[in-house]
Design a protein around this ligand. Structure first.
Ligand SMILES: [Cu+2]
Length: 131
């Protein structure tokens, strides 16, 4: 009688593996480990991501934190990045911005979730004062 109902856990990659690594205190975006964190808010059109547009310097890292209760998948519109499925509460792999910005969307909810990365939204960098 070994074949008792053994349900497969990781059917969709989001099974409850006992790792409880959800940070209790939200860290300040943009300066933890050098990567800018964009929070996934849900299917809210241009409000799906925060901040949106995400201010990111060229060459910097960006990650997406899924604060929604469903799986999302970030894909750059130009195909340069695909996060794969991001489980609720999980964080995507990081993407290094190689261009001056771009638009992205959720591959699972492409019509209701979209955002952009824009280097122009950064505060102007001080070119260095000539002391
Ligand atoms: Cu989505």
């Amino acid at each position: 009688m070994l074949a008792v109902a053994m349900f497969v856990f990781a059917a969709w990659g989001c099974g409850g593996n006992g790792s409880s690594s959800i940070p209790s205190t939200p860290s300040t975006p943009s300066s933890s480990s050098g990567a800018v964190t964009v929070t996934i808010m849900g299917q809210r059109n241009d409000q799906s991501f925060s901040p949106n547009p995400a201010p990111l310097a060229q060459g910097s890292l960006i990650v997406w934190q899924n604060n929604d209760t469903t799986i999302h998948r970030i894909v750059m519109n130009d195909g340069s990045f695909d996060s794969g499925n991001i489980c609720p509460g999980a964080m995507s792999s990081s993407m290094r911005l190689s261009s001056s910005g771009g638009s992205y969307h959720c591959a699972i909810h492409p019509t209701t979730m979209f955002g952009s990365i824009n280097t122009a939204t950064l505060p102007p960098t001080d070119p260095g004062t000539g002391y």
